[in-house]
Every structure is written in structure tokens, then in C-alpha cells.
Design a protein around this ligand. Structure first.
Ligand SMILES: Cc1ncc(C[n+]2csc(CCOP(=O)(O)OP(=O)(O)O)c2C)c(N)n1
Length: 535
């Protein structure tokens, strides 16, 4: 067995089933070893997509994602994906080949300090030296990627080192990793009493659940919301934490304008893990200062709190079940949800609008669908209108908000799990990843890409207009999605009305080929919506 075989076998033993990348001559032995160990390797068409795919796999499976990049240009081309994984807090093992150690000081062509390049986006970088235990190194990398705030780690594995025969006895690294202890936080009892008192006298409590982890179970959240009669808002990263039909699920928290209709009425806003990575970068704009429950001392928050309690939210919310004074009714929550829909869907015209395209596609999707949003104008529309059945079934580049996310993310999601995927994107993002819609072929689940085609980078164009600046660089060409899709071997269709869109979606989920729908919309109808969302 070679060192590469041992690396691949260790990944397989840890339960890692897939790896992504774009092959390079510096890591062919490793890819060969993956095939031998049953780690399925998929090539993307550019490295940032490959990293996004590995990060998405991690988001869905809870296991570290794996990506293999070619030295120098492969790593540099993967940087955008790496920044996404880092900001999103997703554990990704980034392997790269390397020049042979003896040649390193003499290398000029493709000679670049890639460890230095990736350093700001990784929790750890290491190089596999001749004679190092490969299984121990992989396990250490996994441990670092998965503990505390999760994130990518970078391992350089020179081909000459991984091709060598390996001679290490099993030192139990994998077993050690499985025995990682978990700690439970015991909150300050006085703070808990103060909170319980505030909650029992609040007439309009609202709970906002945020953060990266699933720190509150659906059962506890459901019971808390119903017994305290407390509307719940979920940040984008927590979508699906409460069942979509729970009578107290108010909707999505973006730190935007629309939520004010609920939050401005509230006299107690309780936030679980208020981390700023998945909402608008703006100060707290509602009159009540929130109380925070944070499960770790080092969360990334944006605003000040009345009080911040370091506690396990699951335990704390389980103990807080008397909502004596709440005046909210289920009808209030239903009205709030209806108000959000009405505010978003009020601006329609003769032509198809972006919001109608999003709403129509969501309505036609199966209940268990996984929804993927890209950066751009449709992102908040998707976040506010989607009904997400479970945690992990809403995917977005929340923190980096990078364009070109949804094509690789949707494809990786459909490879990782047999759950149908509906991916939204603008025409700018589609043009960035056009050929990669083919990556969704041979997946475990059907994928529908819904591209909102408005012939512009509207998110930017609208901001230019609002600042009375000239339109610069924001026009896009008309794209024929049917031809584009068919040229890379998937189905494609172009639609110009709600009726045509419904017809295109009819039966879309029964087909085994991915489908690209180009929804050609009137961009002028998006203008007033921007005002509604951001003010
Ligand atoms: C990689 C990347 N480049 C640039 C941006 C800045 N940006 C944010 S939204 C946007 C426009 C996106 O255009 P499109 O995909 O057509 O969606 P639309 O806003 O038109 O719906 C741009 C350029 C970004 N977020 N990511």
C-alpha cells in the first residue's frame, strides 16, 4: 500500500464518500487511490466550483468535504470557493499536490507559495513530509476542521511522498477522533431567572434563531413557540429549523425592512446565536434591544444586546415554557406571513416579474425540495418566500454571498442526497457557470435550475440607479437557455409568462435529466421591490 492508499482508506474509514476537484498531474496517485478506496471523485470545470461542491457536501452530510486542487493555478483558481467555505464555517479538507521537496528551492514556473495564499481562509496548513504518518495527519486535519468554528484546512501532499510505500501501523487516530468529548454549558442561574421573569411578563415576545449550528432541536423550538405563544423568525442559515406549517413560524430574518412589522410590535426579542454572517450588514434597526443566548463565547455578532447569556440554547429554551403574558395569537402570525407575501407580490405587470418566477417555481416544487439561492436580486425573495421542510434544505452563500454559488452547490447537493433540488440564479451567475449545469447529470436526485433572466446584473444596476449613477458594466446579453442547456447535454427551456413557467415545471421532477429553465422577466418590475426589501 502507498501513502496515498492510506490517506484514501482513512477518509473512507471516517465515512467520507465523495471528493471533488479538477485533476492535475501533481496529484494523480491520490486520485487513483481514491478510486481504489471507494471515495467517489467528481471533477468540476473550475476549482472554485469544486471547493463549493465539497463545502456543500459538508453542509449536507455533517462530514468534512474533500477537494483536491492542482498546485499553484488550481489553488489560486479555487480561492473564491475557499473564502466561501471559510466565511460559511464549513469544514473542507483541501488537498493539493506540490513540487518535489528537493526541487522546491529551484522552482520558478508554477512556483508560488500556496500555503501563504490560502492562510487567511484556512484554520491550519500542513505539508506531508516523507516519513510522516498519513493517517495521523488526515485525522489531525479533520479534527481541526471540525472543532470550534469549523472551516477549511490545507494539506500539501507531494506526489513523490504519496507514491511511496507506507509502513505505519494503525495508531488508532480514527478511533480517537470518534471519541471527541462534548461539553455542556451551564448558564449563570441569575441570568436565567432574569430571563424567565422578562419572558413571563412580555406581551409580545419574538424569538430569532440564528447561527451556524443546529443548537436547538425542532421539538424544543416547536414546544417553546407554542407554549410561550412566541412567533419565531429564522435566519437564512437556520431555515427549516421549525416545520413550515408550525403556527408560530413567522418566517425569515434578514435584518431588513419587512420584519419590522413584527419586531416593532415586540417588547422582548430573544435571539439564539445572533451571528451576522447570514443577514444584512446593518445596525439593529428595531426599537427593542435584543437579549442573546449564545452557545459559544466567540460568536460573530453585529449589535449590542440588553443581556448576553452564554448557555446551551436547547437546555435553556426547554426550561423556559411559561409565556404567561403573551398576547400573540396564531392569527397574528398568519397575518404577518400573508403580509410579507403581499408586500413582495404586489408589483406585477403584463410581463413576467422576478418575484412571480420565484414564487411560481417554489409553489410547483415537491414539499421536501432542497432550495438553493445564488447572490443577486432573487436571493432575498427566495429566502423570504421558500417553505423549507428541514434544516439543511436551504443552501446559500450566506456570508460571502458569492455569485456563481448555486450551480455547483445544487449539483453537489443532488450527488450527496436523494432530495430534489430547485436552484435559483440570475443571468449573471448563469453566465459565470454556464457549462457547469452539466455537473448535475448522473445525480441521485432531479435538479431544476431556475435562471431569472433580466439581461442585467440587476442587483448592481438598481443600486447605480438609486445613486443616480450611470449604468456601467451591468448589461448582459440575451441568452437562449434551451440551446445552452442542450449544448452541454441537459434539458433546457425558455419561458416568458407564469403560464409557460408552470407548463415547464409540470413533470420537471419526474425526469432524470437536470432541467435549466430560463425565466425571461421584465427587470423594471424589480425596482420597487428593492425599496420594499431594503428601504
Ligand atoms: C463573484 C461575485 N462577483 C460580484 C459580486 C457582486 N454582485 C452581487 S449581486 C451581483 C449581480 C448579480 O447578477 P445576476 O446574477 O444577473 O442576478 P440579478 O441581481 O440580476 O438578479 C453582483 C455583480 C458578487 N456577489 N460575487
Amino acid at each position: 500500500l502507498t501513502v496515498a492508499d492510506r490517506i484514501a482508506a482513512t477518509l473512507a474509514e471516517l465515512g467520507i464518500r465523495r471528493a471533488y476537484g479538477l485533476p492535475g498531474e501533481d496529484h494523480m496517485t491520490l486520485l487513483d487511490a481514491f478510486a481504489g478506496a471507494g471515495v467517489e471523485y467528481r471533477a468540476a470545470y473550475n476549482e472554485s466550483s469544486a471547493v463549493i461542491m465539497a463545502a456543500t457536501d459538508a453542509a449536507i452530510t455533517g462530514q468534512p468535504g474533500v477537494v483536491v486542487l492542482s498546485l499553484a493555478p488550481g489553488v489560486s483558481n479555487g480561492m473564491n470557493g475557499l473564502v466561501h467555505a471559510h466565511l460559511e464555517g464549513l469544514p473542507v479538507l483541501v488537498f493539493s499536490g506540490a513540487h518535489p521537496s528537493a526541487r522546491r528551492p529551484f522552482v520558478i514556473r508554477q512556483g508560488f507559495d500556496t500555503e501563504e495564499l490560502v492562510r487567511p481562509t484556512t484554520k491550519w496548513t500542513a505539508r506531508l513530509a516523507e516519513g510522516a504518518d498519513p493517517a495521523a495527519l488526515v485525522c489531525k486535519a479533520v479534527d481541526i476542521a471540525m472543532t470550534g468554528r469549523r472551516g477549511p484546512v490545507y494539506l500539501e501532499v507531494p506526489d513523490d511522498v504519496v507514491s511511496a510505500e507506507e509502513s505505519f501501523p494503525d495508531n488508532g487516530s480514527v478511533e480517537l477522533l470518534r471519541r471527541t468529548p462534548t461539553a455542556t454549558l451551564t448558564p449563570d442561574p441569575a441570568a436565567v431567572t432574569r430571563l424567565a421573569t422578562r419572558l413571563s411578563s412580555a406581551t409580545r415576545p419574538v424569538l430569532v434563531v440564528g447561527g451556524r449550528a443546529a443548537d436547538v432541536s425542532r421539538d424544543v423550538l416547536a414546544r417553546f413557540a407554542a407554549t410561550v405563544r412566541c412567533p419565531v423568525l429564522l435566519t437564512s442559515g437556520q431555515q427549516g429549523a421549525l416545520a413550515p406549517d408550525h403556527p408560530y413560524l413567522a418566517g425569515t430574518f434578514l435584518n431588513g425592512n419587512l420584519e419590522a412589522t413584527l419586531l416593532e410590535r415586540s417588547d422582548l426579542i430573544l435571539m439564539v446565536n445572533p451571528e451576522g454572517f447570514d443577514h444584512y450588514n446593518r445596525a439593529w434597526g428595531y426599537k427593542t434591544t435584543p437579549i442573546a443566548i449564545t452557545s459559544a463565547p466567540d460568536t460573530e455578532w453585529l449589535y449590542t444586546f440588553d443581556e448576553r447569556i452564554l448557555a446551551d440554547p436547547e437546555t435553556l429554551l426547554t426550561g423556559l415554557t411559561s409565556g404567561g403574558a403573551s398576547e400573540w395569537t396564531e392569527q397574528d402570525v398568519t397575518d404577518y406571513r400573508a403580509g410579507i407575501r403581499a408586500a413582495l407580490l404586489q408589483h406585477t405587470g403584463d410581463q413576467l416579474s422576478a418575484v412571480e418566477a420565484v414564487d411560481t417555481a417554489l409553489a410547483a416544487a415537491p414539499a421536501e425540495v432542497r432550495v438553493v439561492a445564488d447572490a443577486g436580486f432573487s436571493k432575498p425573495l427566495v429566502a423570504l418566500l421558500a417553505k423549507i421542510s428541514e434544516r439543511g434544505r436551504y443552501l446559500a452563500s450566506n456570508a460571502l454571498s458569492t455569485m456563481g454559488f448555486s450551480v455547483p452547490a445544487a449539483s453537489a447537493a443532488a450527488h450527496a442526497q436523494a432530495v430534489p433540488v430547485l436552484a435559483f440564479l440570475g443571468d449573471g451567475s448563469l453566465l459565470m457557470r454556464a457549462a457547469e449545469v452539466a455537473l448535475a447529470r448522473d445525480a441521485q436526485a432531479p435538479v431544476v435550475f431556475l435562471a431569472v433572466m433580466d439581461r442585467s446584473l440587476s442587483q448592481i444596476q438598481i443600486k447605480q440607479e438609486r445613486k443616480k449613477l450611470r449604468d456601467v458594466g451591468v448589461q448582459l446579453p440575451e441568452v437562449d437557455c434551451q440551446k445552452l442547456a442542450e449544448s452541454v447535454g441537459i434539458r433546457g427551456v425558455d419561458v416568458h409568462s407564469v403560464a409557460e413557467l408552470r407548463a415547464a415545471l409540470d413533470g420537471a421532477w419526474e425526469q432524470d435529466s437536470p432541467l435549466l429553465i430560463g425565466a425571461h422577466v421584465d427587470g423594471a418590475l424589480s425596482r420597487p421591490l428593492f425599496e420594499v426589501l431594503r428601504g
